[in-house]
Design a protein around this ligand. Structure first.
Ligand SMILES: [Fe+2]
Length: 224
């Protein structure tokens, strides 16, 4: 893929339509960090992470290597349940991009529409539920859904969210089970592949370890 995405309006338009329709889009042949950044910038403004970097390199970490209060600190090298990325931000990032760089890429990522996760639950409890969010950057209260945001915002990450009222407590156990047991759509990585995800609509999860697993390197960009 050529790095000048501005010269590929058809590709960007096609990916935008997929993002709108499916909540995610996949593109192959993004062979460098620079190309990833150029591609991502078509879908929002990159945001700095806690360390001040606009692009984060992700590896599978053990409990000991992990940043406190992160999903790696909770789950180590095991699977991650479905979650919203940056759920601990006052406003979670709008779009997330992940690029497979190199290494052992057999471990998959899964994506799940929030509507599927919530299907069949009492919508009055969903709307009334209040959660306390604490990802180590200060605690605050938040709802599971914010319909005032374009397309509706879903916020859920049991790594940093705990029920704060009776409605949240009533659905917490079922929701937690669903984030661990639902399968979603499996994304199988290959080098140079980018996943573009609507982080307000879709949750994502990391699958469990594979046999004799080697180092896996992904890149991540958060966009507003
Ligand atoms: Fe994540």
């Amino acid at each position: 893929m050529h790095s000048e995405y501005s010269n590929q309006p058809e590709l960007i338009a096609k990916l935008s339509r997929q993002l709108e329709t499916d909540g995610f889009a996949v593109v192959n042949g993004v062979d460098s960090t620079d190309e990833h950044m150029v591609l991502a910038s078509h879908f929002g403004n990159p945001v700095c992470d806690r360390s001040g970097a606009m692009l984060t390199r992700l590896t599978v970490k053990s409990h000991e290597e992990a940043r406190p209060k992160s999903l790696s600190a909770l789950h180590g090298q095991s699977a991650f349940p479905f979650h919203t990325d940056t759920a601990f931000w006052p406003l979670p990032c709008r779009v997330l991009t992940l690029r497979a760089v190199e290494g052992d890429l057999r471990r998959t990522t899964r994506v799940l529409d929030a509507r599927t996760l919530l299907n069949g639950l009492d919508h009055r409890l969903i709307e009334r539920s209040c959660w306390i969010v604490n990802g180590g950057m200060g605690a605050f209260y938040a709802n599971l859904r914010d319909a005032s945001k374009a397309g509706g915002l879903m916020r859920l990450d049991f790594g940093c969210m705990k029920p704060a009222n009776a409605a949240a407590r009533a659905i917490s156990c079922e929701l937690s089970t669903r984030t661990q047991q639902f399968k979603g759509i499996e994304i199988a990585w290959s080098a140079g592949m980018v996943l573009i995800l609507d982080n307000w609509r879709m949750l994502h999860a990391r699958s469990g370890p594979v046999e004799n697993e080697g180092l896996r390197l992904l890149e991540r960009i958060h966009l507003t």
